[in-house]
Design a protein around this ligand. Sequence first.
Ligand code: SAM
Length: 384
Amino acid sequence: MQLREEKLQEPNEEAAVQISDSDCLQQENGPGRVTKEEHLDLHHAAEETPASSLLEEKQVMSSLPGETMLSFGELLIAEYQKKNQLEFKTMFQLQKSAHLHSSRGVIPQDDLVGQPAGCFRKTHKDVPVFIRRASLEDYVLHMKRGPEITHPKDAATMLMMMDVMEGDCVLESGSGSGGMSLFLSRAVGAKGSVLSVEVREDHYTIAVKNYRNWRTSWASRRGQEWPDNVQFENTDLCTASSILTGRGFHSVALNLNSPHLVLPSVLPHLHPGGICVLYIVNITQVVDLLEGLRCSALPCLCERIIEVPVRDWVVTPALEKNGEYCTIEAPHLDESLRQKDETSDESEDDDVGPSFRSIPYIARPHPEQLNHTAFLVKLRKFES
Ligand SMILES: C[S@@+](CC[C@H](N)C(=O)[O-])C[C@H]1O[C@@H](n2cnc3c(N)ncnc32)[C@H](O)[C@@H]1O
């Protein structure tokens, strides 16, 4: 039997921060909140729950600790899944009198205010769309970009390689679109600081804007400030001695071309034992870097060169061409066992389809994968 999926997942790059206008289609039925029953149905959760415990659950679970219900200014993600396949995903900022538009219909954004952060809302076409808050990873992947960002999977590993801690002083360059700056900002916290240096004025402007947008939406979400701990500077790191003078850094993150050219300016400001992690796209650039280090005899050791592979998987019930679930053919049993098996089949029948573990699954790496992003090179400074 050929196992097939209903539809392949689309890449989720469709939208930058999407703020829809109020010029929307007329709603015939009016999008409504998805009822508890429909919500449960969407999750194939057929269990009966007493009303009192539903109320209790709602009081305890309506928002994450420290967070309130949705309010204007927040960055949200809208997702629509059909039969376990993501059909669309978009980020938008919740705005008064605005509308969320998608191929599946329109939702007035005013209706989302005061709702819990993970809820289904129906479009005017009666399609349930899942609404949730944007994580920092979502934001960085969907925000308006100038140059390519340090991919979040690499940013997370770089933070680990740098051994960044709360309160650290960190140097970053180039600021690019401001993606890595936000991850560093969160890692060092209110007691730490990040100096982010960008040579191009247009990139500097984008990075600052993305940083401010995230901080503003965070204040709407939490009712408190995201630490204002990143200092952006529009200058060439090779000649940035005036802003580096008198500063010492616990660690450094570099994502720029020809990093071997900036290391002579940077290393004197890295504390001995401190780490400099470089994000380098081509292996030939890694070779240039190592050659540069060898020839200039800079006081650092190359400890590691790695790649961070992440593999998405498809794990979903297999479907026939007509959309029905595939079924697993039962093993041939002797007559007494067959009778027993048939009886138990009848009692297990319910309205959620074939019984537990009686259908085959698609379970294999997703055909659309994120391929190579970069090599991460870890240098450690030694006392010269
Ligand atoms: C790929 S982007 C960095 C992306 C960033 N890490 C992010 O997550 O958004 C590389 C940036 O380095 C900047 N750059 C290149 N050489 C530089 C230098 N010598 N000093 C400062 N910035 C530099 C480029 O202008 C570009 O904006």
